[in-house]
Design a protein around this ligand. Structure first.
Ligand SMILES: C[S@@+](CC[C@H](N)C(=O)[O-])C[C@H]1O[C@@H](n2cnc3c(N)ncnc32)[C@H](O)[C@@H]1O
Length: 210
């Protein structure tokens, strides 16, 4: 992935072995979450307990993609990435394991379109680990940016187990109790770099990469 505009390597952090790490701090999302979402998202969106801040999504999409590009959020929740992408003239595709959030993401996209958003977006209910088979074949290999916020804790956010998801006919697996910073176990996390989510999403990327 290209470095974001304005990244100053002289201010980069260092790992314990003194390898420079590309760190950056974005001066964005300084309004309250409620103010950022007011009127832009359906009120039902407040039910999701782990939403991304819209301004952060906007900043990332602006920095890392161009109008007309395709943006993928493989764990899209209420669709923050998708809504901000279509407002910025990008196209978007999202996946969420829980039908409740996938439905809400679709409704938020419809709402964005009524507010003049020019991009288009689709949402699939399914397990991100099954990408790219979940997507319309015409979208596979066209993704310019993958932007997501994985589950923060030990469970999916619904109060009951999800229904069997497309691409996962026999079972669905709740997010395991592994924090993002812990060692990955290929048999468990859906969202660690060496787990099954990222390689699956990466197969959807354009040849030039995400
Ligand atoms: C932190 S939330 C994402 C919130 C989203 N960025 C938003 O603003 O609404 C993580 C989401 O991942 C979903 N999820 C968990 N495991 C998943 C999986 N294997 N495949 C797809 N979605 C998954 C959860 O249902 C939850 O909505």
């Amino acid at each position: 992935m290209a470095e974001p505009p304005g990244l100053d390597r002289s201010q980069a952090g260092h790992s314990p072995t003194q390898q420079p790490l590309p760190l950056s701090v974005w001066p964005t999302a300084q309004q309250s979450a409620a103010a950022q979402r007011a009127g832009r998202y359906l009120p039902a969106s407040t039910a999701h307990p782990a939403k991304m801040l819209p301004a952060i999504a906007r900043h990332a999409i602006t920095a890392y993609s161009q109008p007309g590009d395709l943006v993928l959020d493989p764990m899209c929740g209420i669709g923050t990435t998708l809504v901000e992408a279509v407002h910025l003239g990008r196209h978007a595709v999202g996946v969420d394991l829980e039908p409740r959030w996938a439905d809400l993401a679709r409704a938020n996209i419809t709402h964005a379109r009524t507010q003049g958003a020019t991009g288009t977006a689709t949402v699939v209910t399914g397990d991100a680990r099954q990408l790219p088979s979940l997507l319309d074949p015409g979208l596979v290999g066209r993704v310019a940016l993958v932007l997501t916020s994985p589950p923060y804790g030990s469970s999916i956010h619904g109060r009951s187990p999800p229904a069997p998801a497309k691409g996962s006919p026999s079972t669905t697996t709740p997010t395991p109790p592994t924090p993002a910073t812990s060692a990955a176990s290929p048999s468990q996390p859906c969202w660690t770099p060496s787990g099954t989510f990222w390689p699956a999403a990466r197969r959807c990327c354009a040849p030039a990469g995400c």
